[in-house]
Design a protein around this ligand. Structure first.
Ligand SMILES: O=C(O)CCC(=O)C(=O)O
Length: 281
């Protein structure tokens, strides 16, 4: 089967209705393996000094090892992250003429890792309007019992935006799946073959189950936003903070380059001020 590298109008409609979309067979096997191996190396490079057993980690860290902006570390990861076909899909889902990267992240849920608490992404992000989409890329596919994701279909359209403290740092996470705005929606658990990409909107309520297998669930995410989005007030965040972007100013700069459209084989340079790995963005 040849890879699917562009979206049909029906898929775009499904995404706009449901707030998530599974695209099967995006990556060829050789690409998926090379991409996964590059991210494995990137994650190992950032985390090799952390030898703590699971029980000594915070509840947030027990959900996954998180490494942000690996595209800045490694040209091979950068080439995959700035894949133009994936960027074009994100633009089509958002109805945007151009998309930028908000950030990427490896989310490696270790063997025995706990669930990822249900949440929306946008409350973490000082960006407006709500034109962001994540490409969630499970290198080995995704299975129930091994960190699969579930989405509340249509939850991005109900006017709900509520912060959930999935870090457990400050308070117990708000039980968002029982919020009256979405309590009637049944979660849809997604199992996907290796090579798939699963998109979700920044307001879609989603969660991932625990990893009760003996193998790390290897996921890499690319978060895109429509070019022209501006900074909103009230939330510190590494992406606009690093670039000195003021409230209401457009989010543009070396940390937020255009992903699509770009000239063929034109990759953005890595910013020169890469900060140490931040676990939470
Ligand atoms: O993969 C996970 O466990 C959570 C992913 C997630 O919350 C996201 O991509 O927004």
């Amino acid at each position: 089967m040849s890879p699917q590298r562009s979206l049909t109008p029906e898929q775009i409609e499904d995404f706009r209705r449901d707030g998530f979309l599974v695209v099967e067979n995006f990556f060829r096997d050789d690409e998926r393996q090379a991409f996964g191996a590059a991210v494995d190396t990137g994650v190992a490079g950032r985390t090799s000094s952390d030898t703590r057993p699971m029980a000594e980690k915070s509840l947030y860290e027990q959900s996954f090892i998180q490494c942000i902006n690996l595209w800045e570390d490694d040209p091979e990861i950068r080439a995959f992250t700035f894949n133009p076909d994936l960027g074009k899909m994100a633009a089509d889902l958002l109805g945007a003429d151009a998309v930028r990267i908000w950030h990427d992240q490896a989310l490696y849920k270790e063997a025995g890792g706990r669930e990822t608490d249900a949440h929306q992404d946008r409350p973490f992000w000082p960006i407006k309007p709500a034109d962001q989409v994540t490409a969630w890329i499970p290198f080995d596919g995704s299975q129930r019992g091994a960190g699969a994701m579930a989405y509340l279909p249509g939850s991005h359209r109900v006017g709900l935006e509520r912060f959930v403290d999935i870090s457990h740092f400050f308070r117990e996470p708000y039980d968002i799946v029982h919020d009256p705005a979405v309590a009637d929606l049944q979660p849809i658990w997604v199992e996907a073959e290796p090579g798939s990409v699963v998109f979700h909107h920044s307001l879609t309520v989603h969660q991932a189950d625990a990893n009760s297998t003996q193998k790390t669930r290897r996921v890499y995410c690319i978060i895109y936003f429509a070019d022209g989005c501006v900074r909103r007030a009230g939330i510190p965040h590494i992406v606009p903070d690093r670039q000195g972007i003021a409230v209401d100013a457009p989010i543009r700069g070396k940390v937020s380059p255009i992903v699509w459209p770009r000239e063929e084989n034109d990759l953005p340079p890595a910013p020169s001020d890469r900060p140490p790995n931040l676990g939470f963005a």
